[in-house]
Ligand binder design. Structure first.
Ligand SMILES: [Zn+2]
Length: 475
């Protein structure tokens, strides 16, 4: 009995060791790709001698969620699974990346129409979408998710289904990006073979890149079938994989360039009503996000009241996609408050946000731009990640504290106008320009007023320079 126990234990150790060895052959980072769609993603090409060649740097997540050296058939959806685009895709991706490993997550299901690629929808005994998300999350414990390969459309290739296909595909991309918490995740779709008896779907698939950012489509031109007018033969499946890699690399280069762009943060203080009436519509027109630092500004006369937003309107700004930041409950100079009172003032906005269904703010702006080490410490304790001050300097990410981010105050007077335009003109890619606005225009504090025309001029300049506009929370 004892002996048997030892043998089992030994086997267990050997087994564990094996797996351990397989997943940690090197310390190279693993770049992970999710493979979804129907049979041509799963692969139906005949296995050949080429299929025996493997790479120590290409892995796949097997049926039991273990990383193993990748080899066709990568998929296991049906016993007919064979050569698909996955391996040649991974080989091509590795070509320029000597210092990386590729991890493939096979999740395609033969025959599946696009309507089953939704959360909670069953296809025979499986939930294709839910399982893809679950397996991607397992893969993320080991690597970084870099993109999604989608090949599907044969099951939707008639005039009626093609009509609603684009909307379904867009919803799928949006769902995947949301559930994988990767809003800009690269997504490459593939055309179905031109050998299909009818072709309604390829023109629809090709509309995707115009409608959704960070997506691309690979052509299936000149690829051949294995004789069934449905499935790519082995050589064509491999060629398709190379085409996927070429498009995926293009998307990766684009997003790399995107991260190199100079960044601008637009912030609007004091919850003025012009933020909702004038600023928000203009920002939406340009497609720019912004951070609104809100407070209940102390009013001197009753008629000033209508110049400020009420909480329901602040919630409207949140619903439009803008970030709501904290500017203390009542616009208090935090350097003159006790620790208890700072907590009360900061907590006031946190509570109001909670009451009105706005996420707890993580960005803060010091009223009057005044701060000290005590206020920084308390903000940090209260879950604040960013705090903005003034100073008319660029924010240098590697030098400045995130709890004392400098900004330029923007006012329409000619002196400030010139200063703002100069700061925009000289912005370098490694720096961040944070702009602080008050009312647009500001009727109560004319000294801090920015005209709508000047805001428009700034946004136009940013657009022409192709700067990246982000909310403070995304810094
Ligand atoms: Zn203020």
């Amino acid at each position: 009995m004892k002996e048997r126990f030892r043998t089992v234990l030994l086997l267990l150790l050997v087994f564990q060791n094996n797996i351990y060895c397989q997943v940690s052959i090197s310390s190279k980072p693993m770049e992970v790709y999710l493979l979804i769609g129907q049979s041509n993603m799963a692969g139906r090409g005949a296995i050949d001698a080429e299929s025996e060649k493997t790479s120590q740097d290409i892995f796949m997540l097997d049926k039991s969620n273990n990383w193993v050296i990748a080899k066709d058939p990568v998929h296991f959806d049906k016993s007919s699974a064979g050569v698909g685009p996955a391996i040649s895709f991974a080989q091509a991706m590795l070509k320029d990346k000597m210092n990386a490993q590729i991890g493939l997550i096979p999740c395609a299901w033969g025959g599946s129409p696009i309507k089953v690629w939704q959360p909670g929808v069953k296809y025979f005994d499986n939930f294709p979408y839910d399982e893809a998300i679950a397996r991607a999350k397992i893969a993320l414990q080991k690597g970084v998710l870099k993109g999604i390969l989608w090949h599907q459309g044969e099951s939707d290739n008639d005039s009626k289904k093609a009509e609603v296909y684009l909307e379904k595909l867009k919803a799928l991309v949006a769902n995947l990006r949301m559930d994988l918490n990767a809003p800009n995740l690269s997504f490459v779709a593939g055309e179905i073979g031109y050998f299909n008896k009818e072709n309604h779907i390829n023109t629809i698939i090709n509309k995707l890149p115009d409608e959704v950012a960070h997506t691309a489509v690979v052509s299936a031109k000149d690829l051949t079938d294995k004789g069934d007018h449905l499935h790519f033969d082995t050589a064509s499946a491999r060629e398709l994989g190379k085409r996927y890699a070429a498009e995926m690399k293009k998307l990766e280069q684009e997003s790399f360039k995107e991260t190199k762009k100079p960044r601008v943060v637009l912030t609007f203080d004091d919850a003025e009503v012009s933020h909702l009436t004038n600023v928000a519509p203009l920002l939406l027109k340009y497609g720019y996000n912004a951070t609104f630092f809100v407070c209940e500004f102390p009013i001197r006369q009753q008629d000033e009241k209508e110049q400020y937003l009420v909480w329901k309107q602040i919630k409207n700004l949140h619903d439009m996609g803008f970030e709501i930041g904290n500017h203390t409950g009542h616009h208090k100079n935090v350097t003159k408050l006790s620790v208890e009172d700072i907590k009360k003032e900061v907590g006031f906005v946190d509570e109001k946000c909670k009451e009105f269904g706005i996420p707890k703010p993580i960005s803060f702006a010091y009223p009057g731009n005044r701060y000290d080490t005590i206020s920084q410490r308390i903000l940090k304790e209260m879950g604040y990640k960013f705090a903005r001050t003034g100073g008319a300097k660029y924010y240098k990410v590697n030098e400045d504290s995130r709890l004392a981010i400098p900004s330029y105050t923007v006012i329409s007077s000619s002196k400030y106008k010139e200063r703002t335009l100069e700061a925009l003109q000289n912005l370098k890619e490694e720096d961040v320009l944070v702009l602080t606005f008050h009312g647009v225009p500001d009727l109560i504090h004319p000294d801090y007023s920015t005209s709508i025309d000047f805001l428009n001029e700034i946004l136009q300049f940013i657009k022409e320079k192709k700067y990246k506009v982000v909310a403070m929370k995304s810094l």
